[in-house]
Ligand binder design. Sequence first.
Ligand code: CP
Length: 311
Amino acid sequence: MLASRHIMTMDDVTAEEIVHILDTAESFAEVNQRRIKKLPTLRGRTIVNLFFEPSTRTRMSFEIASKRLSADGVNFTASSSATVKGETLLDTAKTLAAMSCDLVVVRHKYAGAPQMLAEVMDCSIVNGGDGVHQHPTQALLDLYTMRQSLGKLEGLRVGIVGDICHSRVAGSLVPALRKVGATPIIIGPPTLMPARPDVLGAEVAYDLDEVLPSLDVAYLLRVQFERAARMPFPSNREYASLYGMNAARLAKLPPHAVVMHPGPMNRGVEITADVADSARSVILDQVESGVAVRMAVMYLLLGGADSGAAA
Ligand code: CP
């Protein structure tokens, strides 16, 4: 069980609960290696994926996670819903509430959409990404991947590189790293930093090459061209030359350090294809971790061992 009924931001989970989620995910990761990857744990529970923005990894992994736990998973896609007829988010939420869901995963372009749902729905809400605010289950799967790759979380130095100001991934990963005793360092051009980078609680740097030798993890962010009001740098080529991860920069990292990216990648902008596909990249491990971590989140939010069926 978790103390909070929801995971809307990283404020909803304590450091101890993060470790509990990661430990629980480890047992589900073992299940995911079996030939029959199904447990009866959430049989009879209804989980709705409410996605108003595109997604491959988050939506698919929540869907797979709910199926592996035998929940009844339902997918809502905004483009084929009454949203296109003008139905508001609140009316959609009230409509779903009338159908008695147990858990809703929501992705929306507006920060605060999960909190809005929680006010009118009597079920658990998981934030699958709200605008430029937070994406907490991404942070949890990133912590899981770091722990699996490097054997620990405490003391790690994690460089989060690139489009900080538009990144809900950074919005959750910075507080998540701080909770577990790791050090986040945000690195990027001034045009992609928030107005007050100091208030995020991370170290701030502008010269990637200077920081690389001190990192355990180089975490490249996608440049979110769709959220920028105007092109935030002169050209993709200039961005890549100053902040892109490439073979020369990979060589500047300590030998044990790993490269991460939440996906989807702009290959050739924030990361070159040879680095993305190299042995130092754990990008597909992040995707794999996503299923186990989201199984753990659903299991613990919906009662865990108290639901009557243990993993
Ligand atoms: N990392 C992430 O949220 O990817 P999707 O947009 O594909 O869900």
